[in-house]
Design a protein around this ligand. Structure first.
Ligand code: ATP
Length: 229
């Protein structure tokens, strides 16, 4: 589903690469944690999957396509296969929960009938039934993140990318968010999550890929956050 072949990314004006000869293969339906200290290259990795950047060298494949060879006009369609969730939720604060989730469908031209069906169905899936008319600031942080996940998932993308999704949440709220991401993963969605949350990684026992100075230093099935060498 996601394949990196000897990927190098060096930002303009930088000498050291942010990613250095990274080769990784993520199968459809896998759940993968990306860990590593600040600046190790996690966000760069995620941004290459979204084609926000192109690699300096090497190849990135998403769903079988080498995405850096896609024509620019095909990029939005490629990105529709990928839902994204961030630490800071990124909701539209002047729109209700329903409108936030519906917006993700409107921009890709889904019909009103589909929107009327999919929005409540997805809000129920994330545990927000009955809260569709609230504004984001009338919700707890955990609930706001659930809205963000509903928005990312309402289009049933093949891949869900989460960049520190529990970074602003307390531990018990974080556990609820992880259960939700796990449920989404069980529907067959590939989940790629960058995190500093050792407790979560240790609890979930999923594949762990660790980056250090842009290199993959560990790729462990059913891994933990801090590996004892
Ligand atoms: N736009 C940019 N221009 C120049 N250098 C950048 C840019 N973005 C990131 N970097 C550098 O690339 C390296 C990797 O950064 P990246 O953001 O991928 O790390 P990270 O593991 O996601 O860190 P964090 O956990 O703090 O989010 C760092 O040295 C960073 O300073």
């Amino acid at each position: 589903m996601i394949r990196f072949e000897k990927v190098v990314k060096t930002y303009a004006g930088q000498v050291a690469p942010a990613l250095d000869q990274v080769s990784v293969d993520v199968e459809k339906g896998e759940f993968v944690f990306l860990v590593g200290t600040s600046g190790s290259g996690k966000s760069t990795f995620l941004r290459l999957v979204l084609r926000e950047y192109r690699p300096t060298a090497g190849r990135v494949y998403v769903a079988g396509k080498e995405i850096n060879r896609l024509a620019s006009w095909k990029v939005p369609r490629m990105r529709r296969q990928i839902g994204t969730v961030f630490q800071d939720f990124r909701l539209l604060n002047n729109k209700t929960v329903n409108e936030n989730v519906a917006f993700a469908l409107q921009v890709i031209g889904r019909s009103r009938t589909e929107i009327r069906r999919l929005v409540p169905e997805t809000l129920e899936l994330v545990g927000l039934e009955g809260k569709g008319d609230r504004l984001p600031d009338e919700l707890s942080g955990g609930e706001q993140q659930r809205v963000a996940i509903a928005r990312a998932f309402v289009n049933r993308p093949q891949i869900l990318i989460a960049d520190e999704p529990t970074g602003n949440l307390d531990p018990s709220t974080s556990v609820g968010i992880m259960k939700l991401l796990d449920r989404i993963n069980r529907t067959g969605t590939t989940v790629l999550m960058a995190t500093h949350d050792a407790g979560i990684v240790d609890q979930m026992r999923k594949r762990v890929i660790e980056l250090d100075h842009g290199r993959v230093v560990r790729d462990q099935a059913q891994g933990v956050y801090g590996f004892q060498h």
